[in-house]
Write a protein that binds this ligand. Sequence first.
Ligand SMILES: [Zn+2]
Length: 289
Amino acid sequence: MDNFIKSMKCPHCQENFSGDVSFEDLEKDKDGIWWLEKMRCSKSECDRLILILCCSNLKILLNSVDNVCQERKDRIVEFLQEQEDVNPDFVDDRNQYDYDEESLTGLEEYRKKIRNEIRQEGIVNIRYSNSGLLKAILGKSEANRVLVHPKANRRYVPSEVPKDIAEDFKKACLILSDCPEGSAAMSRRCLQHIIHDYFEINHGNLYKEIEDVLEGGQIPSHLSDLLNMLRKIGNYSAHPIKSEITGQIVPVEENEAEFCLDVIEGLFDFCYVLPMQNAKRLQAYGKKF
Ligand SMILES: [Zn+2]
């Protein structure tokens, strides 16, 4: 089994961690080679498995260098197809490995290296330097990794949050990786809902409503900074649809959808969790004094 270390944000606990990645080969079909990527969150309080289903349609480009005879090229392509389930096609060049094209010695080692490179980098370049005639490059198609466990980046929704707001938030989390535009639309609706519900600001335009929240000075600076940043990243002022029809699906900036969820989480604490905790404290002390 090939292993390497990877840093990532845990989809369970949302903490950053580094850990060993291991792979389990599944089967191949006409869509490519399938394998399961496994990691375990190294945060002791989390310690959960993260499973990513991967599919790769490996492709090779034989960069013909002048005098390569077609026969030899065909032989290598054929050979690599058998070995790595690759289709002659496409490219990039990054890492180079040499091996003896004639005898094909050391190939197992190369295959191992190649597999690792593909898994880590997505792209590999093999050079058949013995003859100095031929260059082959392996690449893989993008967007073929699906988080299967947990099903989505899970975020904890405190029980104090009103049910309909919590539901929108959970849905936004669930579709984040598959459809960030949909997630952001759901988040904007959720955000607007909080502003209507908690701040009692309601004139139907999210951009202006956020402005009112900021001007109202009710929220702590760390939250107003986040809200302000969200308005900028999402460019709400230039997107009337985002402001006026908050649930509408429109293209989003990179990371906008995820950032929107972060902002809402901050608001959950401030608007629902803390007031409830304080109310409970007051009630408890009220009995004593
Ligand atoms: Zn974790």
